[in-house]
Design a protein around this ligand. Structure first.
Ligand SMILES: Cc1cc2nc3c(=O)[nH]c(=O)nc-3n(C[C@H](O)[C@H](O)[C@H](O)COP(=O)(O)OP(=O)(O)OC[C@H]3O[C@@H](n4cnc5c(N)ncnc54)[C@H](O)[C@@H]3O)c2cc1C
Length: 499
């Protein structure tokens, strides 16, 4: 727990927020506040009703950029910690309110699609627009963002940009960082900034990237403009292969990429991971999944190129209809979240993930070393029910590995994180860093990978730190996220801003 630095009491914070926003935009109901103190990193404890961190003073619902500005200016002046949120699907503790009496600034009521421009091929939406709604609206007009994370039914535009999210069709469309044209954000002192929409520019460093991935630790993103593409699912080609191992599958993906093909989906699953995703046909094998899309000629040529590459890789072919059907059921809506909660309570079993990235040449060693360490060094290895990995996003120089682990919980619910999740997460992160990869591919650092933020960035950490000092000198934005807790705005910086 981190002590509040504000001179205001909890009650005074609530009263001032109500004066700023009106009472209907300030939530103080006890259970809502408890649930707002955590995210999915603590899904097991929260399903047991355990909320052991500080409970926020209020959830402040913004309806406009002006509301966001007023809330932040108030918090900044009074040194109140602010945790922004939108879709609430965060998995790494980014939504945890570790500072006493924090304000949770909720942007989900800023949910207007502001402009769809089919000539300049972009759409502008407020931060609280659910991606599913945006996609459904665009597809009805023959357009798509190309963004399709598994959390699409729940995640919203602000959070998707703030976490540098990535979707299933990333090999063709890229991650969110490749899609954002411009955006509006509010800085901690309440100042509104707009990064304009242009196709490209060389006017200094690309400042979009200061906001993309800031995880609510630098600013609140209020509006986003992203590219749109022609939606032509009728041309999609689905391909699936059973191969001997994850490294063999990833070697196939590498050949596809370096040959110059850009399927939208290119994935390889280890035997263990494949057994849970493709139990009806994997048959103990690793699985490769490819989807080619675009204009018919491009989709067909891409599929033909992939088939040619796999002709020289030992494999069994999978019926394309099985792959198509699997895709149709891949995303997670509230129904799956509710089913997961029931299962956690009934079976005392849990699944978590840790995703990292690595050059092609390091894939096999990373996979093998994590599997070995988790099975031999993890003290509760006997409780592991599943441990595997897949590669789901590939690039010219390498790929990601998304480790998945399920375990039976043989301890008190409140100890689950320290007994299971943290040690397994640490093994994956340590191995990725040891082999020169990144400790986080797309979920963000949140609050649980901050012990490695310095190692991740090395000598470039100064650049990251300078952003925090410059934009949030009073240290009110989502403390403990991205930046280690003991590495926030210095008292000197604080005094300087007060002078
Ligand atoms: C079932 C499931 C599947 C997932 N699949 C994927 C996937 O395929 N790809 C992927 O990349 N991620 C995935 N995630 C992780 C998560 O959904 C994404 O990170 C998503 O981008 C979060 O969006 P959100 O609107 O839910 O944000 P939230 O959970 O509300 O917030 C996430 C983080 O961003 C900050 N934040 C939120 N809104 C703002 C804002 N307006 N301005 C500044 N900061 C803000 C928060 O403080 C927090 O640190 C998945 C999560 C779940 C639970």
């Amino acid at each position: 727990m981190v002590t509040s630095r504000s001179a205001l009491s909890r009650e005074e914070i609530v009263t001032r927020l109500q004066e700023i926003l009106g009472t209907d935009q300030v939530e103080t109901e006890a259970q809502a506040l408890r649930e707002a103190s955590v995210d999915r990193f603590k899904k097991y404890t929260s399903v047991h009703g355990i909320f052991d961190g500080p409970i926020p003073s209020a959830i402040a619902y913004a309806r406009s950029t002006a509301d966001v500005s007023a809330i932040l200016a108030f918090a900044d002046e009074n040194l109140v910690n602010v945790v922004p949120r939108t879709g609430r699907t965060a998995t790494e503790g980014g939504l945890e309110t570790i500072v006493e009496d924090s304000i949770v600034l909720d942007g989900s009521r800023m949910d207007a699609i502001l402009d769809i421009d089919p000539v300049d091929m972009m759409v502008t939406a407020q931060c609280g627009v659910p991606l599913q709604l945006l996609e459904d609206t665009l597809r009805a007009q023959g357009l798509t963002t190309g963004h399709s994370p598994q959390s699409k039914p729940l995640a919203q535009m602000g959070g998707l940009v703030a976490t540098r999210s990535i979707g299933q069709f990333s090999t063709l469309y890229g991650g969110i960082e490749d899609m954002v044209i411009g955006l509006e954000a509010v800085l901690p002192d309440g100042e509104v900034v707009r990064i304009k929409n242009v196709p490209r520019r060389a006017a200094g460093p690309d400042i979009r990237h200061i906001m993309i991935g800031n995880e609510g630790a630098l600013a609140v993103i209020t509006e986003v403009t992203v590219k749109v593409f022609t939606y032509q699912p009728e041309n999609n080609r689905f391909l699936g292969y059973l191969v001997d191992s994850l490294p063999a599958g990833v070697a196939g993906l590498r050949e596809i990429i370096v040959a110059g093909y850009r399927p939208s989906v290119a994935r390889a699953y280890s035997e263990e991971d494949a057994a849970q995703h493709f139990s009806h046909f994997a048959d103990g094998k690793a699985v490769v999944v490819v989807v080619a899309e675009g204009p018919k000629g491009v989709a067909d040529a891409t599929a033909a190129g992939v088939e040619e590459i796999f002709a020289s890789i030992p494999h069994e072919k999978v019926d394309p209809a099985l792959i198509e059907n699997w895709f149709d059921n891949l995303n997670w809506g509230q129904d799956k979240i509710d089913a997961e909660k029931r299962e956690m309570l009934e079976k005392a079993r849990l699944g978590y993930t840790t995703e990292v990235s690595i050059d092609w040449s390091g894939v096999e060693e990373l996979f093998e070393s994590v599997m070995r360490r988790a099975r031999t060094e993890f003290p509760r290895a006997a409780d592991l029910r599943m441990l595997g990995a897949h590669s789901s996003h590939s690039y010219q120089t390498g790929t990601n590995l998304y480790f998945v682990y399920d375990y039976d919980i043989a301890c008190e619910p409140r100890e689950e994180i320290t007994e299971y999740h943290e040690p397994l997460n640490a093994i994956v992160v340590e191995e990725a860093l040891r082999l020169g990869g990144s400790m986080v591919h797309h979920h963000g650092i949140g609050k649980y990978r901050t012990p490695w933020t310095h190692e991740e960035h090395g000598s470039a950490y100064r650049l990251l730190r300078t952003l925090k000092d410059g934009l949030d000198p009073r240290g009110i934005m989502n403390r403990g996220t991205i930046y280690p807790l003991d590495d926030v705005a210095t008292p000197e910086a604080e005094m300087a801003t007060r002078a």
